[in-house]
Design a protein. Structure first.
Length: 84
């Protein structure tokens, strides 16, 4: 009985310790394709900051990037590539 309990605890600890590694990765990461430069951009905190700057500098009201027109998205990526 003691061996089963020890094995159960060891398996449980292994599952708990490995779950962040198994559940992380690309799950939930949003990426957008930039057809002008033929590349993908991950939509992370840094991109949100740049996007906010673009909206301010171009006097646009806030709108989620995914809801913008293709022309606006293309214009954003063109602006974004000039910001390095």
């Amino acid at each position: 009985m003691r061996k089963i309990q020890t094995l159960s605890v060891a398996l449980l600890m292994t599952a708990v310790m490995s779950s962040p590694v198994l559940l992380s990765g690309c799950y939930g990461q949003v990426r957008y394709y930039d057809s002008g430069y033929n590349d993908y951009h991950p939509w992370n905190h840094n991109e949100v900051v740049y996007y906010g700057r673009w909206e301010t500098e171009t006097h646009r009201s806030h709108e989620d990037f995914k809801n913008r027109s293709k022309a606006d998205q293309d214009e954003y990526w063109k602006w974004r590539h000039s910001q390095h």
